[in-house]
Design a protein around this ligand. Structure first.
Ligand code: PLP
Length: 478
């Protein structure tokens, strides 16, 4: 699609929206302007292509299509079948997976599908077989009560939150923490690296039904072959949540032991982070989990979003192009440049570097909390997010870390020179920011002061980088 065609499409769409609700048209225009004008370093965000975005604004949204391809609970689903099949085929081909389920509306939903599928396969199916029935409705009330208790009494072992794990990996604020008894493994106190011997020890002691691997804020790759060995030793199902790094798997940066798909029983992901698709999720699995994964809707999902599955198909088709591999390589090499640029200017990074798309800065060495650093950077035009670091003394709210990632700015065309400059700007802001006194005495964990003129100077420097690497070049929306 040419830029002229995309500009015309958006221009027309906005005039249609404007005629009904101008506030929304205004917010859409304003969001484009904001995204164009900010140095977006949030590790979980990206920019989808106009083709992906335009696909979502269609009448595929208007169809109910509960069920699976060719087996729907509603009539007239042939076009939804077409787009769901296309997305599933692309996902299978791209990741080399035996089965793909593309209905999940988000990463959390994909993880819920995975959990229920594992419970169905490992706990429910054997219980039904033992009783000689096909469906839970055919169990006696007593047998159902026993099964219900068994389903709700399983164990999951995942990475601890402060080591970079995700809430959906069995933590209390998420339903997974209420479904499962949870235990977690951390990282080595000295190196910050995942200690596989500790994972093995924890798994052998805890005997989980599900061993979860994957993260939101761990800056290294994981050896999934080793994780599978550990899972096999204790009879656990290995579930990998590659929400953050799916783009690096798709782009063949993570291969062999570091590619989760051949090793995990079930792999989940979001589609909107490093994969650069629409907001959504998907599940890949080995054949024995396919039937239960496909029961995601209506088990834990609302009706599938036809327009978003179509956009997933477009994004996955894009990710199968050779240019996506170049993009993924650049995401990873830019992260190394960013990490080196930060460290050579005195920043301390968790694990001393990166092997993926993200870097975790320990901002306590600048005398700041993550909250102060995040805010000072934002004031200076640099968008990041605060994040706990392992054994964080400031907890999950103030934190001692800032997480930054390269997927979005790499999509904009930033390379090594730009990321080195970004590192310089970040260190300048962190060095030029001081905590101020807390009203109750001592030093505030939230309040700070930036050296005079530094925020404005950094804004200008960021604008220079952004202007040289425009977002959606040639796309004109007035
Ligand atoms: N899993 C991981 C590892 C994540 O980092 C996230 C989001 O940050 C999710 C799952 C949830 O994704 P979503 O926000 O699409 O539900």
């Amino acid at each position: 699609m040419t830029n002229d065609a995309a500009s015309a499409a958006y221009q027309s769409a906005l005039s249609v929206i404007e005629s009904v609700e101008p506030t929304v048209a205004g917010a859409i225009r304003s969001e484009l302007a904001d995204q164009r004008a900010s140095l977006k370093l949030i590790a979980s965000e990206n920019y989808a292509s106009p083709a992906v975005l335009l696909t979502m604004g269609t009448w595929l949204s208007d169809k109910y299509a509960e069920g699976t391809i060719g087996h729907r609970f509603y009539a007239g689903c042939r076009n939804i079948d077409t787009v769901e099949q296309a997305a599933a085929d692309h996902a299978r081909e791209l990741f080399g997976a035996p089965h793909a389920y593309v209905q999940p509306h988000s990463g959390i939903d994909a993880n819920l599908v995975a959990f229920w599928s594992i419970l169905a396969q490992r706990i429910e199916a054997p219980a039904l077989a033992e009783k000689g029935v096909k469906h839970v409705n055919d169990l006696t009330p007593e047998d159902w009560e026993t099964l219900r208790k068994a389903l709700g009494n399983q164990r999951a072992l995942g990475m601890s939150l402060d080591a970079g794990g995700h809430l959906t990996h069995g933590f209390r604020p998420n339903i997974s923490g209420k479904m499962f008894e949870q235990s977690s493994y951390g990282t080595d106190a000295e190196t910050g690296l995942l200690d596989y011997a500790e994972v093995r020890r924890s798994a052998q002691e805890f005997r989980p039904l599900v061993l979860i691997a994957g993260y939101s804020a761990y800056p290294r790759k994981i050896n999934f072959a080793t994780m599978r060995e550990i899972a096999d030793e204790v009879g656990a199902t290995l579930m990998v949540d590659m929400a953050h790094f799916a783009g690096l798997v798709a782009g063949k940066v993570f291969t062999g032991d570091f590619d989760p798909v051949p090793h995990a029983h079930v792999t989940t992901t979001t589609t909107h982070k490093s994969l650069r698709g629409p907001r959504g999720g998907l599940v890949l699995c080995q054949p024995e989990y396919a039937d239960s994964v496909d029961r995601g809707c209506p088990m834990v999902l609302g009706g599938p979003l036809g327009h978003v599955m179509a956009a997933k198909a477009v994004a996955l088709a894009e990710a199968r192009q050779p240019s996506f591999q170049t993009y993924a390589q650049n995401v990873a090499s830019n992260a190394v440049t960013l990490a080196d640029g930060l460290m050579k200017r005195g920043a301390r990074l968790v694990t001393g570097g990166t092997e993926n798309h993200l870097v975790l800065i320990d901002v306590s060495t600048f005398g700041l909390t993550g909250r102060q650093a995040e805010s000072a950077l934002l004031d200076s035009g640099i968008v990041t997010n605060r994040n706990a670091i392992p054994r964080d003394p400031n907890g999950a709210w103030y934190t001692s870390g800032v997480r930054i990632g390269t997927p979005a700015l790499t999509s904009r065309g930033f390379g090594a020179a730009e990321f080195d400059r970004v590192a310089e700007l970040i260190v300048d802001v962190l060095t030029g920011t001081q905590p101020t006194a807390a009203p109750s005495g001592g030093v505030s964990k939230a309040k700070y002061a930036i050296a005079d003129g530094l925020a404005a100077k950094t804004h200008d420097a960021a604008a220079e980088l952004l202007d040289a690497n425009p977002l959606y070049p040639g796309l004109e929306v007035s």
